[in-house]
Design a protein around this ligand. Structure first.
Ligand SMILES: [Zn+2]
Length: 226
């Protein structure tokens, strides 16, 4: 994208735009804080020459960082304070970060439906289910046998493997008509998804649930067979 803008100055050459080194350092620190790649930053001072920089990230403009202010009363320019400039840098970088941050939700409703259909077929469950995502606090997922609703904790939607596993897990409860995890419950899951795979995904779920709540709860760990 930046190919078309050869006039843009990359971060490592921003000194040529008369940017004080402390501003450069502050930008670097704030970029790191927001998880931005400084090599994707570029600047243009032609539109606000002498006043500051127009900031680009991956070739896209995100607004200006002003080094000079203008006082309307005295009609004078003044040097902005370090606090003002840092605040400005944060505003622009925050805008970039929220634009480039991967969406929290990786699994779409259509994918949820597709996963559910596949798991139902695999487990040979003729009944249809409604699948909803919500804030379940300490629970990763749940199922209602009567209303046939599967609930998935929305905090886990970023990981398709976890979501797929939780659908299998809840459907296995339904298939075997038990809320518990007797040996036949994990036998069924292991036969469909593989023991190591199931154990590894449950560890990931527990880790994430502990991160959210300070403790885990997938009722209990998948047991080791053999
Ligand atoms: Zn369970």
């Amino acid at each position: 994208m930046s190919e078309g803008r050869e006039d843009l100055v990359p971060f490592d050459r921003v000194d040529i735009l008369d940017v004080p080194s402390w501003v450069r350092e502050t930008m670097k620190e704030v970029a790191e804080e927001y998880g931005l790649d400084v090599n994707k930053l570029a600047f243009d001072d032609s539109s606000i020459a002498g006043w500051g920089l127009e900031v680009y990230y991956a070739g896209k403009p995100y607004g200006g960082i002003l080094l000079m202010g203008y006082d309307r009363l005295s009609r004078r320019h003044y040097e902005r304070t370090p606090e003002e400039i840092e605040k400005n840098i944060r505003e622009v970088f925050e805008r970039i970060a929220s634009d480039v941050r991967p969406p929290r939700r990786a699994v779409t409703d259509a994918q949820l439906r597709a996963m559910l259909e596949k798991a139902r077929r695999d487990l040979e469950i003729p009944e249809d289910f409604k699948i909803v995502t919500e804030n379940l606090k300490e629970k990763a997922a749940s199922i209602s046998f009567n209303s046939r609703v599967i609930r998935i904790n929305e905090e886990l939607l970023y990981d398709p493997e976890i979501v797929n596993y939780l659908i299998y897990h809840e459907l296995a409860h339904y298939k075997l008509r038990t809320k518990f995890h007797p040996p036949r419950f994990y036998d069924l899951l292991y036969s469909k998804l593989g023991e190591e795979n199931v154990r590894e995904i449950e560890r990931r779920v527990l880790r994430k649930m502990r991160e959210i709540n300070g403790r885990g709860s997938l009722e209990r760990r998948a047991p080791r067979r053999r």
